[in-house]
Design a protein around this ligand. Structure first.
Ligand code: C2E
Ligand code: CA
Ligand code: CA
Length: 440
């Protein structure tokens, strides 16, 4: 082949690769090549890279078909082209991810620009009379002039985007070095957590629940602890969020459930007096109904009746679930489990939802109880909540009781039970077994 023809063919191939076949916009290949050239030439440090992710794009494809999904993508790209008005280039990275490389004006307010962009991408017009409400999240990286690697820029914009969900309510995060450090720490934690499962480093602690009138123990809540070989004991708030993000939380909850069932099975064999043990269920997998059968399987393995297990479900799990949530609780209740609504008073679950739910126990959140010493309004609210729960035939337990004053107040208003450092901290199983536990 002649050199001229060969060159032409290479140019054609290159041009072909630079076009995204689905949307006709610039491809990822174009970003890596043309973007890199732009970076190489620029020396003023005014380039900005935005990594955009269209959340739940899969659902659009599934619900309306791929060709409609492609139309949505094209509409978003058009919206972006108009927004940047000739000074930005849009690239499609993969299915639901786009990248914008644009040059910023010297004194331009970048935050204000991103806020505007975030607003206009909330609703996208796809056809003349058809709009879509979308969640588009963005990671923004202001490229310093010494940065010459497009891959590194993308990496940083992606890192920032990965933090959007943790930064409540905002749909964008600007990159800074501390995000990379935070991400590294998270990766280390994830790796260590993998090992924690493999090497059985989780332990179940029990915190007694007290009947306020008699101050006798009536059951306990299982609270997980991570016994780290170097760092010692780690409390759940430090690792549960990571497990929830990675969908590993179910594994942990089922480990705790297994351990609790094993324990009850042992107590039964020893003819010990015992009361139901509560376990926490993360809201993350509650939607996936198979978990009910999986719970029953664990109970079956140890021949434990559901009445010995109390399931604590956080108030926030009920948000946005509506009917589905009610159905789920009904199903658990029918199976014979005791149901506790956890952290009550902190979320926004409507009080009206309570009347539709077969809840046995309402657990008032500790954050709420803390205030009763100082704030009269808190005392009034708690009093009303206790009365309301009783009218709905629920038992009320207060979490986080630390002082005698709190206990006295709770007793006075007729609260049924309490859990807190005033009575006992969460303790290892052996210690719990030493406690004086009486029957009814
Ligand atoms: P939670 O369900 O609200 O549990 C009560 C938390 O309050 C526990 O924290 C307990 O140690 C603490 N606490 C008890 N009494 C007092 C008190 O008098 N004062 C104060 N300040 N705190 C008290 P912990 O054990 O650190 O657990 C934190 C959260 O982690 C739990 O909050 C629960 O949401 C979650 N969690 C714990 N174990 C599990 C588990 O196995 N699975 C799931 N999904 N979540 C768990
Ligand atoms: Ca709980
Ligand atoms: Ca709580």
């Amino acid at each position: 082949m002649k050199t001229r023809v060969k060159k032409k063919r290479i140019k054609q191939d290159y041009e072909y690769l630079c076009v995204d076949p689905v949307t006709g916009s610039n491809s990822y290949h174009a970003l890596l090549t043309q973007g890199a050239i732009a970076l190489e030439k620029h020396n003023k440090g005014l380039f900005v890279l935005i990594s955009l992710d269209i959340k739940q794009f899969k659902l659009i494809n599934e619900a309306y078909g791929y060709s409609y999904g492609n139309k949505v993508l094209k509409s978003i790209i058009n919206e972006l082209i108009q927004f940047f008005d000739g000074r930005g280039t849009i690239f499609r990275k993969c299915d639901n991810q786009l990248v914008v490389l644009f040059s910023k004006e010297k004194n331009e307010n970048l935050l204000e620009l991103i806020q505007r962009l975030s607003k206009i991408t909330e609703v996208i017009k796809v056809e003349e009379d058809r709009e879509h409400t979308l969640t588009i999240v963005m990671g923004v990286y202001e490229i310093p002039k010494e940065e010459k690697s497009m891959i590194a820029c993308l990496d940083k914009a992606d890192t920032a985007r990965g933090f959007v969900e943790q930064r409540a309510k905002k749909r964008y995060v600007f990159y800074n070095k501390s995000l990379t450090d935070e991400l590294m720490q998270k990766r280390v934690l994830e790796q260590e957590l993998k090992e924690a499962f493999e090497k059985s480093q989780f332990e179940v602690y029990l915190q007694p629940k007290i009947v306020l009138a008699t101050e006798k123990i009536r059951g306990a809540e299982a609270l997980v602890r991570w016994i780290h070989p170097k760092k010692g004991m780690i409390v759940p708030d430090q690792f549960i969020p990571v497990l929830e993000e990675n969908d590993e939380i179910k594994r942990l909850d089922f480990y705790v459930l297994d351990r609790v069932c094993q324990l009850i099975c042992k107590w039964k064999k020893e003819n010990r007096v015992f009361h139901p043990i509560a376990i926490n269920l993360s809201k993350v997998y509650l939607k996936d109904r198979v978990f009910i059968n999986e719970i029953l399987e664990v109970l079956g393995k140890y021949h434990i009746a559901p009445k010995y297990i109390q399931l604590e479900i956080t108030e926030s799990a009920s948000l946005n679930e509506g009917e589905d949530f009610i159905g789920l609780i009904n199903k658990l209740k029918k199976e014979g489990f005791l149901i506790a609504m956890d952290d009550f008073g902190t979320g926004y679950s409507s009080l009206s939802l309570l009347k539709d739910l077969p809840i046995d126990v309402l657990k008032l959140d500790k954050e709420f109880i803390v205030k009763i010493d100082e704030i009269e309004k808190s005392r009034i609210i708690i009093t009303c909540m206790v009365q309301m729960a009783h009218q709905l035939n629920m038992v009320v337990i207060s979490e986080g009781v630390e002082t005698k004053e709190q206990a006295t107040f709770l007793k006075e208003i007729g609260c049924d039970g309490a859990q807190g450092y005033l009575y006992a901290k969460p303790m290892c199983i052996e210690e719990y077994e030493q406690l004086d536990i009486e029957g009814e």
